[in-house]
Design a protein around this ligand. Structure first.
Ligand SMILES: Cc1cc2nc3c(=O)[nH]c(=O)nc-3n(C[C@H](O)[C@H](O)[C@H](O)COP(=O)(O)OP(=O)(O)OC[C@H]3O[C@@H](n4cnc5c(N)ncnc54)[C@H](O)[C@@H]3O)c2cc1C
Length: 615
């Protein structure tokens, strides 16, 4: 392997010239062009941060792993101006708003092709009202192989020549002044270096974590699932156009435990029962079959259609397990996405959490490299996102278990072979016992959390960190914090959603968050005093801050008083919204010394002073 290190050159963004120079100096190095890395790059560009993204693959992913894009992710895409492009390509909510359990979709006996039950999913069906009260955005379903090229194109557009495929991180060292990364050009087999102030490790946990000595907490490989992406016409067998995901519990294929497999609708142009593409999940051993005919056989077996002729696009696998990185930051290196937390796909929390990690990390790193915050602000990345990482791993693992254990509790004895078929026979039998079992199953589906309606996990995150100043109030009671979301504008919560109008344009209070600044929201009566406070605070703190008023004759109208009620503000009270739409601080009424208070709060949030005492 060749290795060259020349004098750094500056002032050019040409990939050729920089690689020629064999050394590059940037503010931020992003490692990995998955969802986390691409989102980070877009955000850093939007905040004017000089950075480079390196990716060891030569092209975007071939495997359609993530596909459920949550309302929270869509809020972030909305902030980045990408929501419409994603919605245009993604599935309408009605086409994936149901999670089904079946024995198979067809097969030789009356017990094959039977539905066991279903629940509404992803904010659809009965959840439409609950979700639309909580967020301006709805979920969509778009495979990662469609979303990543879109993010990639935007990242390249905003930072031409700075999103580099075929470049692999092979070494990382840091000291007080910065980080040095050794990078290998995969095609040329040459080495070059990147000098950066900060590194965002979005490499899926492969290199950066080990380089900085961060291990995993939890169990990584408890089981294996094969996934195969293929084209086939399944509409003769698929009955319900609302079904996005089907889980199979077939005694023919339960030898690997839990369930026999799953089927996911992938569009990409038609989203009804006539979807062109699908993904089959099959509980399996650790390997991937080399022979395509073995994969085709697996698909036929899982679905119960022996003469199906699927066209295979890609084959991969995922592991059942759940791990969290021991730390999410070491010095100047932050870990995000699958580098920070890994779990099963159940709950659709992986890529969605990765994108929210990116948002949390990007605004903080941007403030620090621009000299508008102290390096200490970065402590809050781990303080805020480590609890979230632990929670998503826990929730995803628990939901994965429940998706089968709750069913097997009712269909006692379901498992591989004859005993399993006997259990299903009792369940479907036209007998008092069968009727009682089916009624119990219906109750189970109504009451359980199967990982597809976890609005609380998604929007109810509460931060306690140096980047939040407590407002002295207690959080509201929430009896089921995984499923239920309780809106509140308390410090450390995502700003609650209320529709507000500017002239004829309707937007959400969530849209007030701007990546490159804090936003102070008050009522029109508080405008003058807060403007003076901002001006006075700006003399001591260099943090960008904008004032917005909501209420009659303000910047935005709140004609139904939703915001007034949710925010708990009156008489010139204010909330300070962070770039990631979380409330940094709230003062229910106008403080006596607004300028002094705002200044203390900003100094604290930007890591320049301890948090002020709560009044
Ligand atoms: C079957 C399946 C279905 C899923 N469904 C969903 C879903 O519906 N919703 C959801 O939110 N999540 C889902 N997930 C999870 C989701 O796919 C992951 O959580 C997400 O892709 C993680 O993104 P990431 O950017 O953190 O990591 P990755 O996508 O793993 O990206 C990391 C990148 O870093 C690159 N890299 C690694 N090492 C280096 C190096 N040394 N130098 C340079 N580059 C490097 C890799 O090549 C890779 O491209 C699913 C996962 C699976 C397996």
């Amino acid at each position: 392997m060749k290795s060259v290190t020349d004098t750094p050159r500056s002032g050019t963004h040409s990939q050729h010239e920089e690689v020629e120079a064999r050394s590059l100096r940037v503010a931020v190095l992003v490692v990995g062009a998955g969802m986390a890395g691409l989102a980070s790059s877009i955000m850093l560009s939007r905040m004017g941060v000089d950075h480079i993204l390196i990716e060891r693959r030569r092209a975007v992913h071939g495997l359609p792993k993530a596909h459920i894009l949550s309302a929270k992710t869509m809020e972030i895409f909305r902030q980045l101006g990408l929501d419409e492009a994603v919605y245009r390509r993604g599935s309408p909510l009605e086409s994936f708003s149901r999670l089904n359990w079946m024995t198979s979709i067809d097969g030789p006996t009356a017990l094959h092709g039977r539905e066991i039950g279903h629940v509404d999913a992803w904010g659809g069906g009965e959840d439409v009202v609950r979700y639309s009260a909580a967020t301006p955005c709805r979920y969509t379903n778009l495979a990662q192989i469609q979303t990543e090229p879109l993010l990639n194109a935007e990242a390249q557009r905003l930072a031409p020549g700075r999103v580099r495929y075929g470049q692999e991180l092979i070494g990382l060292s840091q000291d007080e002044s910065g980080v040095t990364a050794r990078v290998r050009d995969v095609a040329e087999e040459t080495e070059w270096t990147v000098e950066a102030d900060y590194v965002l490790g979005a490499d899926g946990g492969r290199s950066v974590g080990p380089e900085i000595g961060v291990g995993w907490i939890g169990e990584k490989e408890l089981g294996h699932v094969l996934i195969a992406h293929f084209s086939a016409q399944l509409h003769p067998w698929i009955k319900d156009p609302r079904t996005g995901i089907t889980i199979f519990l077939s005694p023919d294929h339960m030898e690997h435990g839990m369930w026999s497999g799953g089927l996911v609708k992938m569009g990409p142009h038609r989203w009804g029962t006539d979807s062109e593409e699908w993904v089959v999940h099959a509980a399996s051993g650790p390997g991937i079959p080399k022979d395509e005919s073995a994969v085709i056989e697996t698909i036929r077996d899982i679905l119960g259609i022996p003469d199906l002729e699927p066209v295979i696009h890609s084959v991969g696998r995922w592991t059942v397990g759940g791990v969290v990185a021991e730390r999410l930051r070491v010095g100047r290196v932050l870990l995000l996405g699958d580098a920070a937390h890994q779990h099963s796909p159940v709950g659709g929390l992986g890529a969605n959490t990765a994108i929210a990690d990116a948002q949390n990390a990007a605004w903080k790193v941007a403030l620090v490299v621009k000299g508008q915050a102290d390096h200490d602000l970065l402590r809050s990345y781990e303080e805020e996102r480590h609890p979230v990482a632990r929670n998503v791993v826990e929730q995803s693992s628990a939901a994965l278990m429940r998706q089968t254990t709750e069913i097997t509790k009712v269909i006692d004895g379901i498992g591989p072979g004859e005993e399993g078929w006997n259990a299903l026979e009792r369940f479907y039998a036209d007998t008092p016992e069968g009727e009682e079992l089916r009624a119990e199953m219906a109750r189970t589906f109504r009451q359980g959390n199967y990982g597809v309606r976890m609005l609380g996990v998604e929007l109810g995150q509460q931060y306690e960190s140096g980047a939040v100043v407590p407002d002295g109030t207690e959080t509201k009671e929430n009896l089921d914090p995984a499923v239920d979301y309780v809106a509140e504008a308390r410090s450390g919560h995502r700003v609650p959603h209320a529709w507000i109008d500017r002239g004829q344009v309707r937007s959400s209070t969530v849209d007030l968050a701007q990546l490159d600044r804090f936003v102070l929201v008050t009522d029109p009566g508080g405008r003058r005093a807060w403007l003076q406070a901002i001006a006075a605070a700006s003399e001591r703190v260099d943090a960008p801050i904008e004032l917005v008023t909501i209420g009659a004759y303000g910047d935005y109208d709140d004609s139904m008083c939703n915001w007034a009620e949710l925010s708990g503000l009156h008489d010139g009270g204010a909330v300070l919204i962070r770039p990631d739409s979380f409330v940094a601080w709230r003062s229910p009424t106008m403080p006596e010394d607004a300028a002094g208070e705002l200044c203390r709060v900003l100094l604290s949030i930007t890591g320049r002073a301890p948090a002020p005492a709560v009044a």
